[in-house]
Write a protein that binds this ligand. Structure first.
Ligand SMILES: Cc1cc2nc3c(=O)[nH]c(=O)nc-3n(C[C@H](O)[C@H](O)[C@H](O)COP(=O)(O)OP(=O)(O)OC[C@H]3O[C@@H](n4cnc5c(N)ncnc54)[C@H](O)[C@@H]3O)c2cc1C
Length: 416
């Protein structure tokens, strides 16, 4: 242990960002106490592993950086210091090898987060991080100490520096509730409102379609949306029909744009290509073949490969008389208009947009107006699509905030 051993840094929030901050501090000989409101840490990370933990992405650094959109300039230095390769090396250091999937996404072998989290927590405990669960941070008390509500009552904690990594506001049942927003606003720290990101949208299905197809994937369709500048954005993948509308990776990838457009102008229309592997004219030709006594459902299946939920969606959205016209039917299959009437709420979204704005932070992620208070992870005002970009930026910002707190305690005194 080096000469920082006497100093205490408190981390609040035991997600990927907070745990990473704890790691860099403990490795540098600082005393680290980590607090979390939940009975155990890393719940969202564990949940993220259920469908396959997409840790990061293997695409070029330039493309990777572009995923952070308008916040690229702020996220870039964090990722230059700890990017996708560094993250994969770090996982390897925990005994977790990773692989690149067909889409270029990077997963741990075995796909789950449990082995990674277990190995990581073991290492953190062994190196001396003290965990305090069931401690919900409530802000600062009148003496400037950190104030927690616990099953045994209120507890006050003094620290030399604090790293807050409280997450966004999605999936609040996993711990990140966004309840911290007013705590900062009361102290004059600007927070952009938390909004759903990587989220679904409402369509308003008929009762028949909802009951029959809710939960079914529209496999490998192309979703396109033309923005107000006339630029068409296309994403291919599986769109999932939900009880109220649609979700799934191509929808998530367009969700920031769709959400912002709905917010500004009301409902939007996206188009679905249900058969991206078929050209329009040959498709119309096939649909024009006499169908004889075959049902329309059989005809669609044989001539266009359309069945199940895709056929159901055509029935839901295309007027019956257009089914009789191969040119109109073909056009609908290749470019089916779907009106999205509303964005699903934040608590259902994969992640949050909004949070503490970067302009309130210095280059070490310290809140300028609250010296010694650092922030990291999803509670910062950036957003990115799914694809491993969320976790990578959470790990990278957690590391940066931890190093920032380290530099702070080396050069400065107590904050409270
Ligand atoms: C279903 C799902 C699947 C996902 N899959 C992926 C994926 O495959 N790849 C990817 O990159 N991203 C994925 N994500 C997103 C990713 O999990 C999050 O972006 C990431 O966990 C955010 O990390 P964080 O450390 O900022 O916050 P969190 O992981 O949300 O952790 C915040 C912690 O702070 C604690 N906390 C909050 N408020 C308080 C308080 N007042 N006092 C004390 N503790 C508090 C919480 O209990 C929690 O433990 C997924 C998300 C979901 C919901």
């Amino acid at each position: 242990m080096n000469d920082e051993g006497g100093r205490l840094v408190v981390i609040i929030g035991g997600g990927p960002a907070g745990l990473m901050a704890a790691e860099v501090l403990i490795q540098n000989g600082v005393r680290v106490d980590l607090y979390d409101a939940m009975p155990s840490v890393g719940r969202k990370l564990l949940r993220a592993g259920k469908g396959g933990l997409n840790l990061t992405h293997s695409e070029s650094h330039e493309l990777f950086l572009s995923r952070y959109g308008t916040r690229r300039a702020q996220v870039e230095p964090l990722l230059n210091a700890f990017g996708p390769e560094a993250l994969r090396d770090w996982a390897r250091g925990l005994g977790i090898d990773t692989f690149v999937g067909t889409s270029g996404r990077v997963f741990p072998i075995g796909m789950k987060s449990t082995p990674l989290l277990r190995a990581w927590l073991k290492r953190l405990r062994e190196t001396g991080v003290n965990f305090h669960v069931r401690h919900a941070w409530q802000g600062w008390d009148k003496d400037g100490a950190l104030s927690f509500s616990t099953p045994k009552g209120m507890v006050s904690v003094h620290a030399d520096a604090v790293v807050l990594a409280l997450g966004g506001g999605s999936w609040p049942q996993l711990g990140s509730t966004g309840a911290w927003v007013p705590l900062f606003e009361q102290r004059g720290v600007p927070v952009a409102p938390l909004r759903p990101s990587n989220c679904g949208f409402d369509v308003g299905w008929s009762e028949h379609f909802r009951a029959r197809f809710s939960g079914h994937p529209l496999k490998s369709v192309v979703v396109s949306f033309t923005d107000s500048e006339g630029v068409t954005h296309c994403k291919q993948g599986d769109v999932i029909v939900t009880a109220t509308g649609v979700e799934g990776s191509p929808i998530y990838a367009l969700s920031a744009l769709l959400r912002d457009t709905i917010e500004a102008k009301g409902p939007v229309v996206i188009h679905l290509d249900l058969t991206p592997d078929k050209e329009l004219q040959p498709l119309i030709k096939k649909l024009s073949q006499p169908r004889g006594t075959r049902s329309m459902a059989n005809h669609l299946r044989r001539q266009a490969g359309i069945e199940g939920v895709k056929a159901g969606l055509l029935r839901e959205l295309v007027p019956a008389k257009e089914f009789a016209d191969p040119a109109l039917l073909g056009a609908a299959i290749k470019s089916l208009p779907l009106k999205l009437i509303a964005t699903r709420p934040l608590n259902e979204a994969i992640s949050s947009a909004g949070g503490i704005v970067f302009e309130a932070l210095d280059e070490h992620l310290m809140i300028r107006s609250l010296p010694g208070v650092f922030c990291a992870g999803e509670m910062l005002d950036w957003e990115a699509p799914t694809g491993g970009y969320l976790l990578t930026a959470c790990f990278a910002s957690g590391r940066a905030a931890g190093l920032g707190a380290l530099a702070w305690i080396k050069g400065e005194g107590r904050t409270s």
